[in-house]
Design a protein around this ligand. Structure first.
Ligand code: TGC
Length: 413
């Protein structure tokens, strides 16, 4: 058995990807991409790591971190124009990965703000809506949320019950409820998706830009979460909420469910990268621990069973990053399609949660406290593998791509 004295050093820990990099990941990225990664890592090291256990325990979203994120250009990072940073999709992915190495809840903030709320306005909004909201949102001066999911409509948003009814004179009146909406209690603006036609008519679904101080808007944080505790998820109620005609997202691209789905593509893309950060952090934590923890006079990392687990984790993390990179380069080249995003979201979320759970197990009893990150990551990843399309939804998207047959419903849609 190898002992501490005979242990061979692993690959250089000075690389961007650190000891897990068994496949030359570092060499796949430009100097600028690595610089972005290290800048976000420095933010995580300075502002998130020292505080995350407390925020998680006390269920606090640290609002004070928003200006720091804005300063680094993380809000609407891969959007261009109207004050947005205009960075590449790969850079955005690397940033998501670093943030989620800190905590999924903090990455989720950046994702809801940039990939969902800002991208809805950026993709589908009028010039006035863009000018009114995007510069302030990129600067962190205005917070956005994205209201699609409802108490009875999660995987099947076409069944939403929230309605928007056109009034004589052109105003819209919205009624309904949204659930699991990130940041709604903090938000200045909500993108609300509502049915303007007959119930179940997917093409009747439209998006509205709703200032949250509009009478009839109410948001309430969902209490007692065992996941994403350093983040806020909310119920929203809309009671006779009246909006002017120009509050609708006017672009043709926002007619029907493809409007919100095109934003979900952005958020799902960030998850492909983000979850690998949580997996990598879990791996690094347990690699360090198993090198220091002696049992039977030997570091845990000297046991074959431990090495097998570490090797399996490292394989999946390397494969996960390579998949994210393939998807990211395709996105930057304009060749990405939603099926590819489903491949990444399904695979990387599924592997990340396995890695975080395995890492917790390897930490033994010590792994159940907030002194170590893996169980916190695993609990967070319960949410991540559920939101933006569950494992089942993405499996069936791939099944449809492979067979040409939709199997989302018993009737074969
Ligand atoms: P179908 O109803 O037939 O299609 C409707 C229209 O949408 C188009 N489409 C897409 N467009 C762009 N990107 C995609 N990924 C798209 N997927 C579908 C489709 O072409 C069609 O267009 P058109 O022009 O014909 O009207 O839908 P489908 O059969 O394609 O999809 C079924 C299914 C189950 C895959 C879909 O409904 C689905 O993805 N469901 C999961 C929804 C989901 O992810 N919900 C969770 C959202 S997370 C959330 O709301 C919380 S926000 C996060 C936070 O606040 O923290």
């Amino acid at each position: 058995m190898t002992t501490a004295a005979t242990r061979r050093p692993g690959p250089s820990t000075e690389s961007v990807f650190g000891p897990v990099d068994l496949t030359g990941l570092d060499a796949q990225f430009s100097a600028g991409e690595k610089q972005t990664t290290l800048a976000v890592r420095a933010l995580v090291d300075e502002h998130i790591r020292p505080n995350i256990a407390r925020w998680y325990e006390q269920a606090v979203f640290p609002r004070e971190i928003i200006p720091e994120m804005a300063k680094l250009g993380l809000l609407g990072m891969h959007l261009t124009g109207h004050g947005c940073p205009g960075r590449s999709s790969v850079e955005y992915g690397l940033a998501a990965s670093e943030l989620e190495a800190g905590d999924s809840g903090l990455r989720t903030f950046v994702s809801v703000q940039g990939s969902l709320a800002m991208s809805a306005i950026h993709k589908h909004g009028s010039e006035e809506q863009k000018q009114q909201w995007l510069p302030r949102m990129a600067a962190g001066e205005a917070i956005g949320c994205f209201g699609l999911t409802e108490p009875t409509a999660g995987s099947d948003p076409a069944s939403m019950r929230t309605t928007a009814v056109r009034q004589p004179g052109g105003d819209w009146v919205l009624n309904g409820a949204k659930r699991w909406i990130g940041l709604a209690t903090l938000a200045d603006v909500a993108i609300i998706w509502a049915q303007t036609g007959e119930p179940g008519d997917a093409r009747g679904i439209r998006g509205f830009v709703v200032p949250t101080d509009t009478p009839g808007f109410r948001a309430e944080a969902i209490p007692s979460k065992l996941s994403m505790r350093a983040s806020v998820q909310c119920d929203i109620t809309l009671a006779d909420l009246r909006l002017p005609a120009e509050a609708i997202l006017p672009a043709d691209s926002a007619i029907g469910l493809k409007g919100p789905f095109s934003c979900l593509n952005e958020a799902r893309y960030g998850i492909v990268w983000g979850v690998m950060g949580a997996a990598r952090d879990s791996f690094e934590e347990v690699l360090r621990y198993s090198g220091e923890r002696l049992q039977f006079g030997t570091p845990l990392s000297g046991f074959q069973l431990t090495q097998a687990k570490l090797a399996d984790m490292a394989l999946e993390i390397n494969k996960g990053y390579l998949l994210a990179l393939q998807i990211g380069r395709a996105k930057d080249a304009g060749t990405l399609n939603p099926t590819m995003i489903s491949v990444g979201k399904l695979n990387n979320s599924r592997e990340a949660i396995k890695i975080a759970r395995e890492a917790r197990e390897m930490l033994g009893g010590n792994g159940i406290t907030l002194d170590h990150s893996p169980l916190r990551h695993a609990n967070n990843l319960e949410s991540v593998r559920t939101y933006e399309g569950t494992d089942e939804v993405h499996t069936l998207i791939l099944g449809r791509a492979l067979t040409g047959i939709g199997a989302f419903t018993a009737s074969g849609k």
